[in-house]
Design a protein around this ligand. Sequence first.
Ligand code: BTN
Length: 326
Amino acid sequence: MKTKILKMLNESEDFLSGQQLCETFGVSRTAVWKVIDQLKKEGYEIEAVRNKGYRLVGRPDLLSKSEIESRLKTDTMGRPVVYYEETDSTNTRAKEAGEEGMAEGTLFVADRQSAGKGRRGRQWSSPSGENIYMTLLLRPQINPSKASEMTLLMALAVADGIKKCTGENVGIKWPNDVIIGGKKVCGILTEMSTEIEYINYVVIGVGINVNQETFPEEIENVATSLKLAVGDMVDRAALTAEVMESFERIYRKFLESEDLAGVREEYESMLLNKNQKVRVLEPGHEYEAVALGITETGELIVQTPDGEVQHVYAGEVSVRGVYGYV
Ligand code: BTN
């Protein structure tokens, strides 16, 4: 009932009558008042006017289960949300749940991580009250060799979600860094458990720098947050829900063809490297080329100065912009 009342308050500009709430939920006025009181204690500013009812006038940037669930418009993604004020890593929680048989679409969200994991064994700094740390549990019935393509799907969903929430010009640095103003705003870490023939589960962990205002010196040239880029606070729960909605749409297309064919055009429209010079860093071999787009399986298509077209595999090489990070 709390989630539903919050959803109604969020969606209504006008007062919600107390009487109507009682009738909708078949409960007493006291029961409704208790829920309102609980929401106030969580930091929601709710105006209560006799004969008019309740109206939401201010909300905290809270990442609670009900705050996220009340905004979700999806069928399966983010259903349910498992929320932690603090955990070591949402990827670890999601993998445990994967082993225990929890359903596809379950989303693990934390306000703070004490041992956030980045790619290549790095740490992912995860302070409280500012950012999004979430991991989605999936059970796609596809060949395990295709699972790595799902990281690109999530990058696209995050970029699309940010664009819809903030209107900001956001792009992707192949394969899965989400970039604003030349700096990284989101990192994605995909882990999985597979047999030779099938996937047990895939977990996609997403860290979005949302309202963080300062970064350590070592990364301040390459990392930013939405608040720094937009100049205003961004609602973490709304963005989480928006990313889930985009992911659901994109994932459906992916499952139809079991590759990126159906989302390739959309991905390329956000690909910052497209038609740009890139430096391809292969172990023991570096070269410059122009990025043309991606293949249906997510490799970067590049053309070398002598006209040769090559496919660059993520994981084996990394790509840098010639004039900077992107
Ligand atoms: C990167 O190195 O770019 C990937 C960073 C991924 C961070 C996210 S935060 C939520 C999830 N839980 C983790 O421990 N890591 C991922």
